[in-house]
Design a protein around this ligand. Structure first.
Ligand code: NAP
Length: 238
């Protein structure tokens, strides 16, 4: 594992950045990607000189093969990019938002995994980051939940189709990352307190919690076709 190279798409923030930090600490090689070059450069600065960074928009499929060629051969792919679109009551949620949510998450994960294949070690792995909205049946999450369920559906299919490449996913609960910065700070804190009170472990997640789950799926070469829920038990009580 220590000599292996992992590419983290969406590695400049939150869960992807924590995964990069975790893997680098175990001695692995890591390349992070993201769209915003300033954010990417800052993440690379935080990670240190061993990390590589390549600018990439996972939803711009035509450019992906050249960007992966720039990275070269690697062992593991982590897809940690996502979308917050598609939230709201089913009767009124904006269809344009739901469509955008699928483009930003399902299409982007699909296109990036496909473009990465020629560069991936056939005995390496892909780890998708879905979300517990795919499992928790929370009213008001039909759009985002359907997109995350679509990502989760890829896992067992690809685990069979791409074998011996291992294909897994993680399904995070509420994790304190910049993903939540779309909400005003006060509202975010109120929501986190509410989620923490309803979560069996008594707190919201940290990006490092999910990073550990991803590192486990990458490093255990008997793990494939698995969707690991990392939510502190939240899905049982929302
Ligand atoms: N935080 C939570 O509570 C939570 C819960 C369940 C699931 N998740 C899922 O976990 C994943 C990571 O979320 P996070 O909380 O870590 O969010 P985050 O802190 O906002 O990080 C998202 C990362 O993805 C990158 N990104 C977004 N769109 C991209 C694109 N089209 N191409 C390349 N990079 C892209 C972002 O950089 P740029 O914007 O610069 O591109 C950033 O590096 C997402 O799939 C999210 O749905 C999060």
């Amino acid at each position: 594992m220590s000599s292996q190279h992992t590419v983290i798409v969406g590695g400049s923030s939150g869960i992807g950045l924590a995964t990069a930090r975790h893997l680098l600490a175990s001695g692995a090689r890591v390349t992070i990607t993201g769209r915003d070059e300033t954010r990417l450069a800052e993440a690379r600065r935080q990670l240190g000189a061993e990390a590589q960074a390549v600018s990439m928009d996972a939803a711009a499929a035509d450019a992906l093969p050249a960007q992966f060629a720039q990275i070269g051969k690697f062992d593991h792919l982590v897809l940690a990019l996502g979308s917050g679109k598609g939230v709201g009551p089913f009767a009124t949620v904006s269809l344009a938002d739901v469509k955008l949510g699928f483009e930003e998450k399902v299409y982007a994960h699909f296109a990036t995994a496909q473009a990465a294949l020629p560069f991936l070690n056939p005995t390496g792995s892909i780890t998708f980051v879905s979300a517990v909205s795919a499992q928790a049946a929370v009213p008001g999450t039909a759009g985002i939940g359907a997109a995350n369920a679509a990502v989760a559906a890829l896992v067992p299919i690809l685990a069979r189709e791409l074998k011996p490449l291992r294909v897994n996913g993680v399904s995070p609960g509420v994790i304190d990352t910049p993903w939540w910065d779309a909400f005003p700070e006060e509202q975010k804190q109120t929501m986190f307190e509410d989620f923490a009170a309803r979560t069996p472990v008594g707190r919201v997640g940290r990006p490092e919690d999910v990073a550990q789950a991803i590192a486990f799926l990458i490093s255990d070469d008997f793990m494939t076709a698995q969707m690991l829920i990392c939510d502190g038990g939240l899905r049982l009580s929302v």
